[in-house]
Design a protein around this ligand. Structure first.
Ligand SMILES: Nc1ncnc2c1ncn2[C@@H]1O[C@H](COP(=O)(O)OP(=O)(O)O)[C@@H](O)[C@H]1O
Ligand SMILES: [Mg+2]
Length: 538
């Protein structure tokens, strides 16, 4: 292929490709001309940039919401809530407007517009807290929906808001007469009804200052139901922010996020006292490291270690933690499997592959956390979204010197011998999932009494909808406590049977249903039922 100069002085492909190439070049020149007239050529084309950024960065909605929680924690909030608004357009069970609401210091109106912009930050390159790039707020919001609004109020001030709507952006509505994209400045605002109602309930003394980020036009939501979101987030945030829980109380859909130490070494954290099993720690190791990219700042790395007894994730300690015999700790063992990285007290990544070893399933029972200060960001290869590390050779070297590989082997040895010991004590097991036994126990009805089979529901003759049957003692007020409990056992037993015989989405739907029941029953005070339900916690 030949290359030659066109009359315009541009290098293009030779004879065979000249038309195609020239067409492209002409189109390119036209486009550049237009953009030049529009925006004096900045570093990015705003529409393209925003659309691109929606798809890079956040691994999931959970990580995106965490970015907003980070901001609220950094704004000295005592409390931050994920609140859901519903317009019923999708389904009443699926939110259409998730909002992160805090009671922090808020933002002055002139900061609001900057907070909405990429790169707008008052803490550029700050290493003391969680944010430093000025990308978190807008990137996380557009990774979920096509429109977001930031509403804020400083103490003694008024409510102001800014909105970015990607459909309006695409339609050129933000372009001024010179053709530049100019975001509108903050305007006095009123809150949506669901947020007003939430604020009234949550801050009876008044909400004096804070920030609210509402996301709408949710086209990138990976959740199916509010219940699913809540269960997932309460656990995820419980771990992510367990060291910061004292600073800011996080709530998801009015449920308090309780701190979960993934090493199970903190007595105040969830699941520490779940049963008699305890995590065993090794001594914590602290090391100091210099980051050549941030001279003058010495960084700190702390290594925490623990190993867990083999029955740690099991309900019935004589059987393995599989299926319904897995307790509430088990999902944490599974999800936080490998080296857990924590930056300035906030968990940001877990890696099961390190230069000298790979964590296999059995290694779920060894726990290692690498806590580092943000002054070492470059060395840990922290990404702008703070969800990943890409550890440099220098840091791996420092960790090796600090004895990490040896400690991992030591922990593996402890787990191995605990397992051998357990095997020599325990006998052969049947029914490894425990499903059979649990369902038998649940649907058992004493045989000396005739079984009354009054159906729990009737079908409406016209609409064919199901409704609770007034003939059933459970609904007509005649049920004794024993009858109630028996009916619930049978019902829960059926749901568990269904759950265990289905897979994937269906299974998790059944599990959500059980969690729902568990909540309702706890509130109504029927005490033995939650205990049964507890066994489904997988
Ligand atoms: N919840 C909040 N309360 C008060 N100020 C906030 C809040 N969220 C964001 N801000 C302000 O908006 C700026 C941009 O936030 P963000 O895009 O997440 O970047 P970063 O956190 O890296 O600074 C912050 O630097 C801060 O000044
Ligand atoms: Mg931020």
């Amino acid at each position: 292929m030949q290359l030659h100069l066109t009359s315009g002085g541009v290098l293009v492909a030779g004879v065979d490709g000249i038309n195609a190439a020239e067409t492209v070049l002409i189109a390119q020149r036209k486009y550049a001309d237009l953009k030049h007239r529009q925006s004096q050529i900045g570093l990015t084309i705003p529409e393209a940039f925003v659309h691109g950024i929606r798809h890079i960065g956040y691994l999931s909605n959970v990580d995106a919401i965490a970015e907003l929680i980070d901001n609220s924690i950094q704004a000295y909030s005592q409390r931050v809530d994920l609140v859901f608004g519903y317009d019923g357009s999708v389904s009443l069970k699926k939110p259409s407007q998730p909002a992160v609401v805090d009671d922090g210091h808020g933002m002055a109106p002139e900061m609001l517009r900057l907070a909405m912009m990429w790169g707008g930050t008052h803490r550029e390159n700050d290493r003391a807290g969680l944010g430093r790039y000025g990308y978190g707020l807008p990137s996380s919001a557009v990774s979920i929906g096509r429109r977001f609004t930031i509403v804020s109020k400083v103490a003694g001030g008024q409510l102001f808001a800014v909105t970015l709507d990607l459909d309006a952006l695409d339609a050129g509505k933000y372009r001024n007469s010179a053709g530049d994209v100019a975001l509108p400045s903050a305007r006095r605002a009123r809150l949506p009804a669901f947020i007003n109602e939430y604020l009234r309930r949550t801050f009876p003394e008044g909400w004096h200052s804070g920030t609210i980020v509402v996301i709408e036009k949710l086209d990138r939501l990976d959740w199916a139901t509010t219940l699913g979101i809540r269960i997932n987030l309460v656990r995820h945030f419980g771990v992510t922010y367990h060291k910061l829980a004292k600073e800011t109380a996080i709530h998801v859909d009015s449920h308090r996020v309780l701190p979960i130490d993934p090493l199970f070494l903190t007595p105040e954290c969830e699941f520490f006292l779940l049963d008699e099993d305890r995590a065993q720690s090794l001594d914590r190791i602290d090391i100091k490291v210099r980051n050549p990219a941030a001279p003058g700042q010495e960084g700190q790395i702390s290594l925490r270690y623990a190993w867990l007894p083999p029955s740690f994730g099991a309900i019935d300690k004589t059987r393995d933690a599989v299926g319904l015999n897995a307790n509430a700790r088990f999902p944490i063992l599974k999800d936080y499997h490998g080296l857990i990285f924590s930056r300035n007290g906030r968990i940001i990544d877990v890696q099961s592959r390190v230069p000298w070893t790979v964590f296999i399933n059995n290694d779920r029972y060894i726990r290692v956390e690498v806590e580092f200060s943000a002054s070492l960001d470059e060395m840990f290869g922290v990404t702008t979204t703070k969800q990943q590390v890409s550890v440099s050779t220098a840091v791996w070297h420092a960790l090796r010197e600090a004895g990490l590989p040896k400690a991992i082997e030591h922990l593996r040895g402890k787990v191995r011998s605990a397992k051998l010991e357990r095997r020599s004590v325990g006998g052969q097991r049947q029914d490894p999932t425990g499903l059979e036994e649990i369902s038998k126990r649940l649907v058992q009805v004493p045989s000396h009494r005739p079984v009354r089979t009054v159906p729990l529901f009737t079908r409406d003759g016209v609409s064919l909808d199901l409704r609770p049957s007034d003939r059933h003692p459970l609904f007509n007020g005649t049920a004794s406590k024993i009858e109630t409990s028996r009916a619930l056992r049978a019902l829960v037993g059926q749901i568990i049977n269904r759950a265990s015989s289905s897979g994937g989405r269906r299974r998790s739907d059944y599990e959500c249903l059980l969690e729902d029941w568990s909540d309702v029953l706890t509130r109504t005070g029927i005490t033995d039922a939650p205990q049964i339900l507890g066994s489904t916690d997988e």
